[in-house]
Write a protein that binds this ligand. Structure first.
Ligand code: HEM
Length: 333
């Protein structure tokens, strides 16, 4: 009996040893390093350094959903959390600084000789409606987009984590839903004004002479000068790029894979901050930068002397067509 017990114990011992011998290489193969990925104490960074990716289990058929972190994702996260924030801050604050300095040195561009008291229509009611609808959406999209980039760090100390969470949720709804009227506005602007925005010979002279904003000459221009044409194409192409990449982000994985999503985010963010910086310059010229400009989009009419100074060829044309109100108009320079 004692002998049988000994044999049994030896057999069990041999079996256990055999099992260990079989199991050990597999365990080593699964675990190429000294790090035990299931250990509670393993730090995320240490695990990533050793294994290159963190993978979990998922009941979804797509195996890619099991990858929680991988090298390209970490590069993208670094771009999003560090590089992109620097780009955004430099581009937007840099433009604000340039505009403030420009205003301090140049001041408002005034209507030479003052207002004539006679006006002509510059934008009709539909054009103004489309402009303000798109501009309002743009401002909300800009603020709510910047909230994704900078909001958590800037606002949490002021309104607390819960305050920020509910504001960020509303901001996200606004960014998503206002994208639709914004996209419609960009398409309408493209159709409404494309005929006046092709480059022409007068643009070269206008640019060489600094557009009458830098310097004191008043180069001739048609309905839109070269500066306005540039803004127009920034809106059409920048708005188009923001819309395409934005919808790729809003409807994830319908048309792209993970790499495509990351590229869409990077393009969307960079187009967004450049767009905001350029629009700051547009808003500057339309308000404090140039006397008489705001009325063009405000009430839709401009003073004849303003038109002569900034759009002399357009004024000549409108005068020929009898569209200038009240009194006779001297020919444009
Ligand atoms: C049709 C138009 C647009 C659509 C569909 C759209 C959609 C989106 C989506 C889905 C996101 C990701 C938000 C998130 O991660 O929770 C986003 C982020 C962002 N959007 Fe837009 N957007 C549009 C227009 C704009 C415009 C016009 C601007 C700038 C004026 C802008 C600026 C931004 C910025 C700065 C971010 C944050 C980028 C980041 O830090 O990841 N977007 N947008």
């Amino acid at each position: 009996m004692a002998r049988m017990g000994l044999v049994l114990r030896s057999l069990i011992g041999a079996l256990a040893l055999g099992l260990i011998a079989v199991a050990t290489p597999a365990a080593v193969a699964q675990q190429p390093s000294s790090v035990n990925p299931t250990a509670q104490s393993v730090k995320e960074q240490e695990l990533l350094k050793e294994l290159q990716r963190i993978q979990g289990r998922s009941s979804l058929p797509d195996a890619r959903t099991r990858v929680l972190e991988q090298p390209a994702g970490r590069d993208w996260r670094h771009f999003h959390q560090v590089t992109f924030r620097w780009i955004g801050a430099i581009v937007i604050l840099g433009m604000l600084a340039v505009l403030i300095l420009f205003y301090l040195f140049r001041g408002m561009v005034r209507i030479e000789g003052g207002r004539s008291g006679r006006t002509l229509v510059r934008f009709n009611a539909f054009e103004r409606f489309v402009h303000w609808m798109t501009a309002t959406c743009f401002i909300v999209l800009a603020l709510t987009g910047l909230n994704v980039t900078f909001g958590k760090e800037l606002l949490t100390p002021l309104i607390g984590p819960e305050g920020f969470a509910s504001w960020a949720q509303w901001a996200k709804y606004a960014h998503n839903y206002l994208s639709f009227p914004f996209s419609i506005g960009v398409v309408l602007m493209f159709l409404m004004w494309v005929a006046w925005n092709f480059p022409s010979g007068t643009d070269v002279r206008w640019l060489k002479e600094g557009g009458g904003i830098v310097g004191s000459s008043h180069p001739p221009a048609r309905r839109f000068n070269a500066g306005q044409k540039l803004i127009y194409w920034v809106v059409v192409l920048g708005g188009g790029a923001a819309a395409i990449t934005g919808y790729l982000l809003m409807f994830p994985f319908y048309a792209t894979d993970v790499t495509g999503m990351q590229t869409a985010q990077m393009v969307h963010g960079i187009v967004g901050v450049l767009f905001i910086a350029i629009m700051l310059a547009h808003i500057y010229i339309g308000t404090i930068g140039m006397q008489g400009a705001f009325e063009a989009m405000g009430k839709g009419e401009v003073d004849v002397n303003w038109a002569r100074q900034h759009h002399s060829l357009w004024l000549e044309n409108e005068t020929r067509k009898g569209r200038v109100g009240g009194g006779s108009v001297a020919p444009a320079e």
